[in-house]
Ligand binder design. Structure first.
Ligand code: DX5
Ligand code: ZN
Length: 230
């Protein structure tokens, strides 16, 4: 189980102003974000479209922390090199995106980037078991992927607990994505998660003109997990 001080908060720029990514990223990092989470959607694997490697490359120079790229695309393999070249530090692909997840994770590792495996709410923890030696991060989706602002699925908490037990002493992050708020965050950190993606709950009420609201929102999540005993 990670210590509470190791909990990382990764705001998702899906909830940022799409016309002002550079300043939005500078604002969240200045206000305490640990990583920057970038949601790539293809309108096929998920029913929404966002952006591709060119946008990732353009925003990379604004990111001082970690660029955490969540690929909600299928196929995946043909685009791995492009996202690696765009400057991703972590590239996460979905177990459900294709039949050859083992190969996909090998391909991500081959670029020298950290490899993540995302599991949709309908996918069991056991899907990760044969892949543990190839992953640096497991992303547990606590909403169905595609949109920000959805309601947290409590049914996923047991999956987090199972994964943490399955991981044992391996250096693998468990990231939670979807519906994270000061209310839901402690439920997943207590179950073994150590990276919290948060879109609407970080950006809501703030702007690049009022970045202190981002800071307040980030600190509220951090304070909520720190009140839970390790
Ligand atoms: C959903 C995305 C999430 C999303 C989270 O498909 O992967 O990263 O932005 O948004 P919130 O925190 O608003 O649920
Ligand atoms: Zn995401």
């Amino acid at each position: 189980m990670p210590t509470q001080s190791a909990i990382k908060i990764a705001p998702s720029i899906l909830s940022a102003d799409f016309a002002d990514f550079g300043r939005e990223i500078q604002a969240i990092e200045a206000q305490g974000a640990d990583w920057v989470h970038v949601d790539v959607m293809d309108g096929h694997f998920v029913p929404n479209l966002t952006f591709g490697p060119q946008l990732c490359k353009a925003i990379r120079r604004h990111i001082k922390t970690v660029m955490d790229v969540h690929l909600m695309i299928s196929p995946v393999d043909t685009y791995i090199e492009a996202f690696a070249e765009a400057g991703a530090d972590i590239i996460t692909a979905h177990a459900e995106a294709g039949p050859h997840m083992h190969r996909t994770l090998q391909a991500i590792r081959a670029t020298g980037k950290k490899a993540g495996l995302a599991l949709n709410p309908g996918t069991p923890a056991e899907a990760a078991a044969p892949l543990l030696d190839l992953v640096d991060l497991i992303c547990v989706m606590t909403v169905n992927p595609g949109f920000g602002g959805q309601k947290f699925l409590h049914s996923q908490i047991d999956k987090v607990r199972s994964l943490r037990a399955m991981i044992g002493g391996r250096p693998i992050h468990i990231e939670i994505d979807g519906g994270i708020t000061p209310e839901t965050a402690p439920l997943v950190t207590a179950a073994g998660a150590d990276v919290l993606v948060a879109g609407s709950s970080v950006f809501s009420g703030g702007s690049v003109e009022r970045p202190e609201i981002y800071g307040r929102n980030i600190r509220a999540i951090r304070a909520a997990v720190e009140t839970v005993a390790v």
